[in-house]
Design a protein around this ligand. Structure first.
Ligand code: NAI
Length: 246
């Protein structure tokens, strides 16, 4: 799965799953634009990438804002001379039970996951259609398949990403641009460390493989979908859950 010289953009790349995806893409030879709201953490990851021997560029982005998201894609083209890979990974949670969820909590989650992915895919598609090649991977969640208590906003957004992935895959297939999604299960990051310990243990006990997922488990699936090993796959949703909710 060589990605030598490929140019990748990863959103939400400053920590957690996005950081691991960025580093694993770099390990396979890609130059990576590390896009994150948090510039400090993006700079750290860009440094780690340079140590691996490829180029890393930290870029402060709010993917929910059109100009900002389009600027991120343009930065890859201007700095590295193109764009081969886009991974839409940036995400937030604003959990609340349905009867208590505010409009703001709903809108914020939809804006980052759905609008953010829309803006980044749109800017990338303009370039990739011209180049007649490209790989787009959208990070959904198993919550988009099975739902989750307190996450009407998040599960809705993550299910929405599946529809967006398939629609974009149909549009872009004739340009040799693959669009796929990954649905992670329960992965050990700040997002899940915020879950109360008792709930965490219940969720881990439900995993047939009997362990919480690591960011690298997701990065491996993403790199596969960014490589030519998956050239004949588009519109797919890969569940990476240790067997939970199969
Ligand atoms: P995390 O909270 O550790 O990292 C998320 C990153 O996204 C942070 O660096 C944050 O600064 C960045 N970000 C947030 N809003 C942004 C915005 N508007 N623009 C740009 N960057 C922004 O989360 P984690 O766990 O690494 O999750 C990554 C993705 O994987 C998310 O889309 C999440 O929904 C998804 N996911 C995570 C699972 C888990 O168990 N951790 C399970 C299923 C899906």
């Amino acid at each position: 799965m060589e990605l030598n010289g490929k140019i990748a953009v990863v959103t939400g790349a400053g920590q957690g799953i996005g950081r691991e995806i960025s580093l694993f893409l770099a390990k396979h030879g890609a130059n990576v634009v590390v896009g994150d709201l948090n510039l400090e953490s993006a700079l750290q990851v860009a440094k780690e990438i340079e140590k691996l021997g490829t180029k890393g560029l930290a870029y402060q982005v709010d993917v929910s804002q059109k100009e900002s998201a389009h600027g991120l894609i343009q930065a890859a083209i201007d700095t590295f001379g193109g764009l081969d890979i886009l991974v839409n990974n940036a995400g937030i949670t604003r959990d609340a039970m349905l009867h208590k969820m505010t409009e703001e909590q709903f809108d914020q989650v939809i804006a980052v996951h759905m609008k953010g992915t829309f803006f980044c895919m749109q800017a990338a598609a303009i370039h990739m259609r011209q180049e007649q090649k490209g790989k787009i991977v959208n990070i959904s969640s198993i919550a988009g398949k099975v739902g989750n208590m307190g996450q009407v906003n998040y599960a809705g957004a993550k299910a929405g990403l599946v529809g967006m992935t398939k629609a974009a895959a149909k549009e872009l297939a004739k340009f040799q641009v693959n669009v796929n999604a990954v649905q992670p299960g329960f992965i050990d990051t700040d997002m899940t460390r915020a879950v109360p310990e008792k709930v965490r243990q219940i969720k881990i006990a439900e995993i047939p493989m009997n362990r919480i997922g690591e960011p690298l488990d997701i990065a491996k699936a993403v790199v596969f979908l960014c490589s030519d090993y998956s050239d004949y796959m588009t519109g797919n949703v890969l569940e990476v859950t240790g067997g939970r909710f199969m």
